[in-house]
Design a protein around this ligand. Sequence first.
Ligand code: CU
Length: 321
Amino acid sequence: MTPGHDSLQLWPAAVSATATETDVLILAFTVLTLLLTVPVFLAITYFAVRYREGSEADRSPSGIRSNLIEISWMLIPFLLTLIFFVWGARLYIHSKNPPPDAMVVEAIGRQWMWKFQHPTGQSEINDLHLPIGQPIRLRIISQDVIHALYLPAVRLQVAALPDRYTDLWFKADKTGTYHLYCSEYCGTDHSVMGGEVTFMNPGDYQDWLTHAGAQQGKVAAGRALYEAFGCAGCHEPGSSVRAPSLAGLYGSSVKLADGRTVTADEAWLREKILNPNGDRLAEGYKQVMPSFAGRIPEDELGRLIDFLKAYPAPRAADATR
Ligand SMILES: [Cu+2]
């Protein structure tokens, strides 16, 4: 199942044994709760009607007194619910104790993106590629405020805290692409802080690491600089500064305040970042972008431009994500 809004899903796909067990636990507990409450409500309704004011019903004491009935109506539901306590506690403890051979992937939350780093060094932003059939442990931390990483397909979520590691582990057994969210309100762009997790066969994962992963790593490094130098603070939607979106800018034509039109190629991006004002001002905007000349080392500038070249124009689907 792939993420999307075209079909309404009442229950997200479950891709691990723990996820399936969690579903069974919740369903079974719902059934037990209904078994224990529905008869009570039916009895209340029945007695309310039967013994309403003015009814002819027989109100003389029944004479039945039984300690056995008193004890069993308390003890049986207590024991039945206790089973669920033990079951739930076992599942919880299991989910908190990653096996020692788990593959550790670092997850870093920041306003407003997730960065994931694979044990072999590749990193990616907002998307996460993982192998199936192997325990994965995500070691999670935040660079700013409290976020929370939520993976509905494995039925797990955990807070991402500044200055403290938290974990989450699972073993997926189904390939596919599923949603990944930040589930802790963390500021203006909280709603777009998320992406997709793709579970792949181990062989495909190795391929991904050597090809796409390596490429994405470079882009991810540039994206991190885009955030670190404060570009995102002005250029991302939700900013209080009115600045054009840089998504999909590379290769397009830019209208300047002085009436010229230029193509946003590599050289132009470089010049614009180092010396944004004067005759490079975009049409319809104020001159507020600071010059980064002398502030960005040459190698980092290269990576930043690599990121801008790969920064896709927003897809329609992203707007609703
Ligand atoms: Cu967040």
